[in-house]
Write a protein that binds this ligand. Structure first.
Ligand SMILES: NC(=O)c1ccc[n+]([C@@H]2O[C@H](COP(=O)([O-])OP(=O)(O)OC[C@H]3O[C@@H](n4cnc5c(N)ncnc54)[C@H](OP(=O)(O)O)[C@@H]3O)[C@@H](O)[C@H]2O)c1
Length: 303
């Protein structure tokens, strides 16, 4: 099986290089090899490689910046997936793509299921939903995973931001009325590999069939609870020299930390569909965070 991986240098893409390797010959491309703002380059890369599976982990993910770069966000998150879907359809290839909790408005009381109404509140959310819709409207076989609050040792994310702030600050205010599941990039990549293997082993999709799954770690928390856990755990890992203590992280409401993009208050994703169809159980995010902190400490000390 030939797999074309796009976005190899992102949080998820980096982990996919590892998790896809056992499932076929992986051709991994970053922005240098395939710039998603260049439709001709996208078509030419796909036509040259002629993959059985395209895994698209690249995206415009700067949520706040997207508010002032709507065209670019739309180009990368909606137009490029549409081109990939058309190319996949003509090769009869499977397209695997990632989307976000930000397609919801966050007003639901319980966890979101895949059939819930979407209502993005931000340019980023709108662009990601447009990407999903373009894929579903195409004739290609596709699997779309909606995930949330991604973190990992590679790339920029909330964990790294908190660690950076914790080095210098005595206290910190963090939003406590937005709830979601921090999801390790490594988990997303491992589940993608497993699902791909199972799909290849008989749960084949019909031509043009598009499947949508929520993929998030268990145990949703608020950003504030997540920040406290990061600082608490990092405090016991040798190598971190943090000034901030978890007890000095204060809960604030969303209105106390204004951002250009509006974010959903409720980002909880119900993963039952993914778990029951593929016999999986989404794990807690904390052991992944512990391993990430150990790795970062080693790196920091020149390992
Ligand atoms: N991060 C989150 O919290 C989060 C939450 C929910 C859903 N998701 C979704 O999960 C998926 C993976 O996200 P991630 O966290 O791994 O994202 P990421 O770390 O920001 O990586 C995105 C990758 O896309 C690449 N990219 C951006 N613009 C490009 C362009 N014009 N041409 C080619 N490549 C381009 C970036 O390249 P460079 O390295 O060159 O910049 C980067 O490697 C995305 O679909 C995202 O929307 C993410």
């Amino acid at each position: 099986m030939k797999i074309l991986l796009l976005g190899k240098d992102g949080q998820v893409g980096w982990q996919l290089q590892r998790s896809l390797a056992p499932h076929g010959d992986v051709v991994a491309c970053g922005r240098g090899e395939c710039d998603l703002v260049n439709p001709e380059q996208i078509r030419s890369v796909v036509r040259q490689i002629r993959p059985d599976v395209i895994v698209n982990a690249s995206a415009y993910t700067a949520v706040d910046k997207a508010e002032s770069e709507a065209e670019l966000a739309h180009c990368v998150n909606a137009q490029a997936p549409a081109i990939l879907a058309a190319e996949a359809a003509s090769l009869k290839a499977l397209l695997v793509h990632y989307s976000t909790d930000y397609v919801y408005d966050g007003n639901k009381t319980g966890a979101y299921v895949e059939s819930d109404q979407t209502a993005p509140q931000s340019v980023y959310g709108l662009s990601k939903l447009a990407g999903e819709e373009a894929i579903r409207a195409s004739a290609c076989k596709s699997i779309i995973f909606r995930t949330s609050w991604v973190f990992g040792a590679r790339g920029g994310n909330f964990v790294k931001t908190i660690l950076r702030l914790a080095r210098d600050k005595d206290s910190l205010n963090v939003v406590a009325d937005q709830v979601g599941s921090p999801t390790p990039a490594a988990l997303i990549a491992t589940v993608t590999g497993l699902v791909l293997a199972m799909v290849r082993q008989g749960r084949l999709l019909d031509p043009g069939e598009s499947r949508l799954y929520h993929l998030a770690a268990a145990r949703p928390v608020s950003w504030c609870e997540f920040a406290k856990t990061i600082v608490h755990l990092a405090g016991s890992v040798p190598g971190f020299d943090l000034r901030l203590e978890a007890a000095a992280i204060n809960e604030i409401p969303t209105w106390g930390y204004p951002t250009p993009a509006k974010r959903p208050a409720n980002s909880r994703l119900d993963c039952s569909r993914l778990e029951s169809e593929f016999g999986l159980l989404m794990p807690d995010w904390q052991p992944y965070l512990e391993r990430m902190l150990q790795l970062l400490a080693l790196k920091q000390n020149g390992y």
